[in-house]
Design a protein around this ligand. Structure first.
Ligand SMILES: Nc1ncnc2c1ncn2[C@@H]1O[C@H](COP(=O)(O)OP(=O)(O)O)[C@@H](O)[C@H]1O
Ligand SMILES: [Mg+2]
Length: 362
């Protein structure tokens, strides 16, 4: 009998951690369990070890009660969980695909500007997008004339880093910005003579940014929240919502990322705090519908996608907005929210999709 493998493509640091099971938030045993359900064997691989000419790769495989490194043929189906910092990886991936290897979630980090541009081309989706522009000083002036609350965020940002807020109140415009690109701690003050602080101007000069109207997100006890909606393709190949949890911003903050101190919690309880119970199930259904529409739309426009983590916000009066789309979804939020079954399901669905791809090939 021949075995069916599924490659799990990791970044270098995580790959090195496999034998010691030091893979951060990525659960190796969840992959093992889920893959076994579909008769698959997961092998953990790294782009630098793939030898295109020989058609082989080094891989960690669980055998003899431990992860052992072996040399093996490149698996036919690969679930990409890596974000490639250097461009050298992309040609390797392109050649793999051209030789018939199915790499799903080929690219895990599209710019926020790219995703916004794609989504805004669709009339239904456009209504669910915050007013957005690529940062420039004229665009900022225009946004300051028509909105009273703005978010400036790096096009290639992650985990809430580098996000700036500009808010107009009785005393004029106030700015809140991180004290460093790496830390969530914030500095807040009035804009002097309507000008951005030199430190912020440097950011905006060094990195491409988006300007976005700030959605007045629903709040629970003064803490704004949005949702992480995990949308994946499973054994039928169709998109489905695997689950969602809410992310509550730390008190006094405006970004809800868990890595920046946000708190994960189940959606229904939190929504019930802010709206009548008759409305909560309607909102949940609308959030799911938006997430599914976005996922199937993006998968028509981008190469083989099967796993997305969408940030979706809701206002107090139940309006729903897309905030962001993540290719490498941080699944551990479900665990933190006490939703262990869904956390496992977020690993199961990609393995089910790998099974689907294997069957399709055969
Ligand atoms: N337009 C917006 N309106 C309200 N809140 C926002 C907006 N954009 C971002 N945020 C807040 O900041 C968080 C991080 O922004 P996001 O776009 O998801 O970038 P990142 O890639 O850093 O997670 C969001 O989860 C949300 O809490
Ligand atoms: Mg986000």
């Amino acid at each position: 009998m021949s075995y069916r493998y599924v490659g799990i493509l990791l970044n270098a640091a995580m790959y090195r951690g496999v034998p010691r099971r030091k893979t951060g938030q990525e659960s190796l045993s969840n992959y093992e369990e889920a893959a076994a359900e579909f008769g698959l064997i997961p092998v953990f691989i790294h782009i630098g070890d793939i030898h295109i000419r020989k058609g082989r790769t080094a891989a960690y495989i669980y055998q003899n009660h431990q992860y052992e490194q072996v040399s093996m043929p490149i698996p036919d189906v690969i679930h990409n969980r890596a974000i490639f910092q250097n461009n050298a990886a992309h040609p390797t991936i392109r050649v793999l695909i051209s030789r018939g290897v199915e790499v799903f979630n080929v690219n895990n980090r599209y710019g926020k500007d790219v995703i916004h541009r794609l989504l805004s081309a669709d009339p239904f989706l456009r209504d669910s997008l915050p007013d957005t522009a690529v940062f420039s000083y004229p665009a900022l002036r225009r946004f300051m004339e028509i909105h009273h609350d703005l978010i400036l965020k790096p096009c290639r940002g992650t985990v809430g880093r580098g996000i700036i807020r500009l808010r107009h109140d009785k005393s004029g415009w106030r700015i809140t910005y991180p004290s460093s690109m790496r830390r969530p701690a914030c500095i807040q003050h009035k804009l002097r003579r309507g000008e951005l602080p030199p430190y912020v101007q440097q950011y905006l000069h060094r990195f491409p940014y988006l300007i976005q109207e700030r959605i007045p997100l629903a709040e629970s006890k003064g803490r704004s929240f949005d949702f992480r909606v995990t949308v994946q393709r499973g054994m039928t190949g169709e998109w489905a919502v695997t689950g969602m949890f809410a992310k509550k911003s730390p008190p006094g903050m405006f970004v809800s990322n868990l890595a920046g101190g946000g708190k994960a919690c189940p959606v229904p309880e939190l929504l019930a705090e802010v709206m009548p119970s008759s409305q909560t199930s309607v909102v949940i259904a609308q959030v799911e519908h938006l997430a599914l529409t976005i996922a199937s739309y993006l998968s028509m426009k981008l190469p083989l996608l099967a796993d997305l983590g969408l940030d979706i916000g809701v206002t107090q009066d139940g309006r729903i907005y897309f905030i962001e789309c993540n290719g490498r979804d941080q699944r551990y939020g479900f665990k933190k929210a006490g939703m262990g079954d869904i956390w496992k399901a977020t690993y199961r669905e990609p393995m089910a999709f790998a099974w689907h791809l294997h069957n399709r090939r055969e």
